[in-house]
Design a protein around this ligand. Structure first.
Ligand SMILES: NC(=O)c1ccc[n+]([C@@H]2O[C@H](COP(=O)([O-])OP(=O)(O)OC[C@H]3O[C@@H](n4cnc5c(N)ncnc54)[C@H](OP(=O)(O)O)[C@@H]3O)[C@@H](O)[C@H]2O)c1
Length: 260
């Protein structure tokens, strides 16, 4: 028995990478799952695998979270299915690698919509219900990129800074409610992230890479401890810690070097 046995977790971006590991690890704790992403066949495969291994209920809600009214649609569908969300894992997200002026506005807009607006809207909807019930956990996936301006990931890093700042502030507001909001800021993690962002990982990134299952485990542990924020891996933690001792323009220059 764990504190999450019999509870229900909504995991966004559950068709690949970190989302799959969050789903698998939550299922291992006896948590029922609501899985969201666009690729239905991938979600089906995750559901089948989890149901073979664990005695939990898995519901799929395929949804493009950048679509107009996506969050309202998803929230209504979950309510219609008479499911209540005890744990929200706001994991769906992607980055775009390249010079700001070379990236199309449509791609940029979709990224900001998913990484910031959908995450914030989902938090507003489900956190309200959790506070009313006096219990709940929220985990927001930010990034190590949140800690400094990052050339060639300029808007992605800015979006993740937003996620980090919003989460830490909201977690403070939640004190005494029985609900918490934790930011997980991974460094380079072995997922489909780089295929989507269009970057060939640099030497530094290949050296620093962590396993997705390890990152997910650290995130869930911090969430269950109701911490405001966690940076997984000693090297990543040290980077986030040391960056506060240099000017922001020096930090941007370092980030530029490490991304090449
Ligand atoms: N991997 C890294 O190095 C790294 C580092 C720091 C932070 N992160 C963050 O970690 C989170 C998870 O990413 P990942 O590394 O696991 O990459 P990933 O393997 O590419 O997974 C991204 C997930 O987001 C979903 N997604 C993308 N667009 C979506 C949309 N419009 N609507 C709904 N779902 C959508 C994808 O599913 P569909 O394509 O099926 O929709 C997929 O399940 C992201 O927030 C990312 O920014 C990753």
């Amino acid at each position: 028995m764990t504190v999450l046995s019999g509870k229900t977790a909504l995991v966004t971006g559950a068709s690949s990478g970190l989302g799959v590991d969050f789903a698998q690890q939550l299922a291992a704790m006896g948590t029922n799952l609501i899985l969201v992403a666009r690729r239905i066949e991938k979600l089906e495969a995750v559901k089948q695998d989890i149901e073979k291994k664990y005695d939990v209920r898995v519901d799929l809600f395929p949804q493009d979270l950048t679509a107009p009214n996506a969050v309202e649609t998803l929230y209504s569908a979950i309510q219609a299915a008479k499911l209540s969300v005890d744990v929200l894992i706001n994991n769906a997200g992607f980055g775009l690698y390249g010079q700001f002026l070379d990236i199309s506005w449509q791609n940029e807009k979709d990224m900001l919509t998913l990484d910031m607006f959908a995450l914030t809207h989902l938090t507003k909807k489900f956190a309200k219900d959790m506070v009313q019930r006096g219990n709940g956990y929220i985990l927001q996936v930010s990034s190590l990129a949140a800690y400094q301006p990052t050339p060639r990931y300029a808007t992605y890093a800015a979006a993740k800074s937003y996620v980090l700042s919003f989460t830490e502030a909201f977690n403070y507001e939640l004190k005494g409610t029985g609900v918490s909001c934790t930011a997980l800021s991974p460094g380079v993690t072995a997922t489909e992230f780089f295929d989507v962002s269009g970057q060939k990982p640099s030497l530094y990134q290949r050296f620093m890479i962590m396993k997705s299952e390890d990152v997910a485990r650290i995130g869930l542990k911090a969430m269950l401890k109701r911490r405001g924020s966690v940076v997984p891996g000693f090297g990543n933690w040290l980077t986030a810690f040391l960056v506060r001792f240099v000017t922001r323009s020096t930090a941007a220059a370092f980030a530029d070097r490490l991304m090449k």
